[in-house]
Ligand binder design. Structure first.
Ligand code: SAM
Length: 320
């Protein structure tokens, strides 16, 4: 199918409010949204969410469910899973523990005061344990490990890259190339002046955007003040930019930002972490924030997952 285009098993979508869609990595294709997205929506309805063998309603899945709900055992399983994750990353030349230590032993803690929005109300899903962290994304440990975790994703997606850095460059580079190509083809000579990166985490995507669009004002937005603190801390360590990046602690479902104020909204590797309701709200909010002719750039893993099918469907609704 036209969408399964990635050598890196991720899909990239660049959509614009001028009713075109570009899909690609390297070889970007673009067509009218009303014909293309209908095909996507239909084709994706045929897809199945891939589940592990113990998923679903089988006796094995019920046994696994019962074992996981037994707290001491689930704590042990989580610990084991984390250790496997870290040792796999380190075997792949990602210095996980060193990167974590660098953050945890730094002055990062000072940043949270200027970033945290005390009146934020977290959505329920965000308060659940996540990625084997009891406080989900709301902890310094999760924030200190977010960048090595991102590098592990890139490494898995680009197994032939010669280093984790190259894997990240290629994965992010493909995404930027799709954005730039789409912009050239569909936005005439218009400038990209304002960019919003929703779910920016510790700012990896945001930095790529700021490096590639140095004339634009770039804003990273996330629900975790810990992740944003790391993002701001890392940004302060590098040479100052002409347009410093702005970090906002807000919910991407309802940012409170003015309508039609961005030329590019990026949502990179965020939606697979969100329930359907949040996906719909985040996509709706992104379209509200875009200027006429602006672009929505989505990239995520698991192209066949049901959750992304939902996302395509809602993009379709907003485009036609
Ligand atoms: C996997 S990380 C994204 C990584 C980053 N965009 C990148 O490309 O490296 C997913 C991020 O989405 C954020 N997130 C999840 N739900 C959100 C929401 N409703 N509003 C804002 N950020 C959200 C999480 O806090 C997390 O930082």
């Amino acid at each position: 199918m036209a969408l399964s285009l990635s050598t890196h098993r991720h899909n990239i979508f660049v959509l614009s409010t001028s009713k075109t869609i570009a899909i690609g990595h390297g070889r970007t294709k673009s067509r009218r949204a009303d014909s293309m997205v209908v095909k996507l929506a239909v084709a994706y309805e045929e897809g199945q969410l891939k589940r592990p063998k113990w998923g679903g309603e089988t006796p094995l899945s019920r046994l696994v469910g019962a074992l996981i709900s037994f707290k001491p055992l689930s704590a042990l399983l989580k610990l084991g899973a984390r250790q496997v994750l870290i040792s796999t990353a380190e075997k792949n030349n990602i210095p996980w523990r060193e990167m974590r230590r660098e953050i945890l032993e730094s002055d990062v803690y000072k940043e949270i005061e200027s970033i945290q929005n005390p009146s934020i109300i977290y959505p329920d899903y965000y308060l659940n344990p996540f990625h084997a962290y009891d406080e989900g994304n709301l902890s310094w440990l999760a924030a200190a490990e977010a960048e090595p975790a991102t590098m592990s994703i890139a490494r898995r997606a680009m197994p032939n890259a010669s280093s984790p850095e190259e894997a990240n460059q290629v994965m992010r580079g493909n995404w930027l190339q799709a954005i730039q190509q789409h912009h050239l083809q569909h936005s005439g000579n218009s400038m990209i002046s304002d960019i919003l990166d929703i779910g920016c985490s510790v700012g990896v995507t945001t930095r790529f955007l700021a490096d590639n669009f140095p004339l634009a004002k770039v804003t990273g937005l996330d629900l975790s003040p810990y992740f944003l603190s790391v993002a701001q801390f890392k940004e302060k360590k590098r040479a100052p930019r002409k347009n410093p990046t702005n970090w906002i602690h807000a919910n991407g479902e309802d940012t409170g930002l003015p309508s039609k104020s961005y030329d590019l909204v990026s949502i990179a590797y965020v939606l697979h972490e969100c329930p359907e309701r949040a996906i719909v709200n985040i996509v709706r909010e992104a379209f509200r924030l875009l200027r006429p002719g602006g672009m929505l750039a989505l990239t995520d893993q698991a192209p066949e997952s049901k959750i992304l099918q939902v996302c395509f469907y809602f993009c379709y609704i907003y485009l036609v």
